[in-house]
Structure formats: C-alpha cells, structure tokens
Ligand binder design. Structure first.
Ligand SMILES: Cc1cc2nc3c(=O)[nH]c(=O)nc-3n(C[C@H](O)[C@H](O)[C@H](O)COP(=O)(O)OP(=O)(O)OC[C@H]3O[C@@H](n4cnc5c(N)ncnc54)[C@H](O)[C@@H]3O)c2cc1C
Length: 305
C-alpha cells in the first residue's frame, strides 16, 4: 500500500472531478478512482450548464474538468471501488487494482437511470440524437411544442408528465403497468393538461427520421421525443456497507457540509438527494471538500512541509 491519502474520491463525474480540483488546490493529496460511467458522458450537448452559451457536450466538459484537476496535481485512475472499511480513524479502500488508505473519503458515485427495453447501441443513438431524454429540468426547453411521450409508472411518471406540460401541449403518458393505481387527483391533473394515456408495456423501440417509434398495448406510435421516467439505481452500496444513513430511495443523507453520518465519509452529486444536475453536483463537491479540508485541519493542523 502506498502512502496514506488525505482524500480519496470515488467517482469521476462532475462531482468527483470538481472535488479533485478543490482538494488539489488546497494542497491535499487526492486520488480519484473512477469506473468511467458518468451520466454526464451521455450528454450530447448541455445547454443549461452556465458559462457556455452555445452549450457543451458532456464528454468535452468531463475532459476539461479532468485537465484542470490534473494541472493542480490530482491523481485520477480508472478502476472500481469494491469495498470500503474503517481502519482506526482512516478508511481502507479496496479497488479493482489495489488497496488504498485515506483519511477522508468522498462518495461521488452518482446514479444509473433505468432504461426502456432497447439494445445499448440503439439507446446510445437515441440519446445522442435527442429522441430519448432523461431530464426535463435539463432539456425540457428543447422539446417545446413537440410531440412528447413519457414512459413511467406511478407518481414518478405523472410528475414528469405534468412538469413537461409547461413546455408542450402534445403529451402522452405510457404506463408499463396500466393506470389502475392512478389517484383521482393525478387523473384530474392529467386530464386538465390534455395528456393522452396509453397502456404499456412498450416494446420494439425504433429510431425513425421523424422521431422514436414504439409498440404499446394498443398499437404503434411515433413521438418526437420520449422521456423514460422509470426511476434510478443509486450507487450508495459503499455507504450502506459502512452503516451510513440513507433516504428511503437509497440516497446518502448528508448535513449542510456534505458530511454523511459516518465520520470522515462525505458525499456529493446525484448519490445525494438533490436536483441531479451538473451545477448542483459541482456546488456540493466544493462544499464537501472545503469541509474535508477543515475537518482534517481540526484533526491535525495542515502546514506546508
Ligand atoms: C442523457 C442525459 C442528459 C443530461 N443532461 C444534463 C444537462 O443538460 N444539464 C445538467 O445539469 N445535467 C444533465 N444530466 C444529469 C448529469 O449528467 C448528472 O447530474 C451529473 O452527471 C451528476 O454528476 P455526478 O458526478 O454526481 O455523477 P456521475 O456523472 O454519474 O458520475 C459518477 C461516476 O462514479 C463512478 N462510480 C460509481 N460507482 C463507482 C465505484 N464503486 N467505483 C468507482 N467509480 C464508481 C461512475 O462510473 C461514474 O463515472 C443529464 C443526464 C443524462 C443521462
């Protein structure tokens, strides 16, 4: 095992890489271990991330963040963290390649969106061309007045559909399990918004010149854009393994400084309950690493050698 790190960051998306920039500029020794599946890597062009009036692609933004972190001395390695354990006041981190020891750990492991049934290459092309979208907060503006479908069950699907009614009147909600569970209040709100309700499940999704077509229980339809609202899997297993408090949805609970309920363990970005946005993930990372810096300083005063 190499030297004891000040801060080990798990995840190299916008949260993890921002954390690395802050930590390196605080003169903390910092290593990012990243499995390489940032949700930001799927973004063809984000237009709501401030400072880029023409937009910027997710991979381009991640590349810039990586360059900035490396410039100040952060270490970024590819790998997967398989286990986290305590060693006295520190942490032992077992990765796919090594075992690390660190005084503080920041979880920036994000979430994975559940996908409709379609092959990975078709999914990637549909996202790249804006036919499939995952985040109306991010890109609802881009579907203004388009013919939009939401695939979603329960209150999540209803919420996402009603959110989109401020962008377009041409809305369809397709529920994989039908609408028996719909509350009278939700049904009234969907009716008032003129939302067409279709029974799922959906299958045979195909890219067409004019949109994305799919089979539903009653036939075949084409939409300009489809939003899956099927929920997400939160990557909080490492926190759970250490006994950290989680929300009912599995997000890591943090205080106002991004501290989890486990001393020395911090969390930022989508893995924490929040807006699930790049700017929010980055803000949380800045807060977290400043807390890490100050907490380490309280443990043993930080001094230039
Ligand atoms: C199609 C799409 C479009 C989007 N558009 C926008 C937009 O326009 N604007 C906007 O603000 N947001 C957008 N988002 C949301 C945005 O991508 C996320 O909010 C953001 O990426 C969250 O950053 P994060 O660092 O928390 O997590 P992520 O970016 O998901 O990064 C988490 C990283 O942790 C790694 N990881 C997980 N577990 C481990 C482990 N055990 N060991 C090592 N590494 C691990 C993953 O591989 C991944 O690289 C979009 C998302 C999608 C899917």
């Amino acid at each position: 095992m190499a030297r004891i790190l000040d801060c080990l960051v798990i995840g190299g998306g916008p949260a993890g890489l921002t954390a690395a920039i802050y930590a390196a500029r605080f003169h903390l020794s910092v290593r990012v271990i990243d499995a390489g599946a940032s949700r930001a890597g799927q973004i063809p062009c984000t237009r709501n991330y401030p400072g880029f009036p023409e937009g910027i692609s997710g991979p381009d933004l991640l590349g810039r963040l990586r360059d900035q972190a490396l410039k100040y001395g952060a270490d970024i390695v590819e790998g997967h963290v398989d286990a986290l354990a305590r060693r006295d006041d520190d942490f032992l981190i077992t990765t796919s390649v090594d075992v690390e020891q660190s005084r503080a750990v920041l979880l920036a492991t994000g979430v994975t969106n559940r996908r409709p049934p379609m092959a990975a290459d078709l999914h990637a092309e549909a996202v790249a061309t804006g036919r499939l979208r995952y985040c109306p907060v991010c890109d609802g503006f881009e579907v203004t007045d388009q013919n939009v479908a939401v695939i979603g069950a329960g209150s999540g699907g209803v919420r996402e559909t009603l959110f989109l009614r401020a962008y377009t009147r041409r809305l369809t909600l397709i529920s994989p399990d039908g609408f028996q569970e719909l509350t009278p209040k939700d049904r009234r709100a969907l009716e008032a918004a003129g939302v067409e309700l279709l029974d799922g499940p959906v299958s045979d999704l195909r890219l067409e010149d004019e949109g994305l077509s799919l089979d539903w229980a009653g036939g075949r339809k084409t939409f300009d854009t489809v939003y899956p609202a099927l929920g997400s899997d939160v990557h909080s297993d490492l926190a759970r393994g250490l006994g950290a408090a989680l929300t009912a949805d599995g997000c890591v609970k943090v205080d106002a400084h991004q501290r989890t309920s486990v001393s020395g363990l911090y969390a930022a970005g989508d893995v924490v309950i929040g807006l699930d946005q790049i700017s929010h993930a980055m803000g949380e990372a800045g807060v977290a690493v400043t807390a890490i810096r100050n907490d380490l300083d309280a443990r043993a005063p930080l001094r230039r050698p």
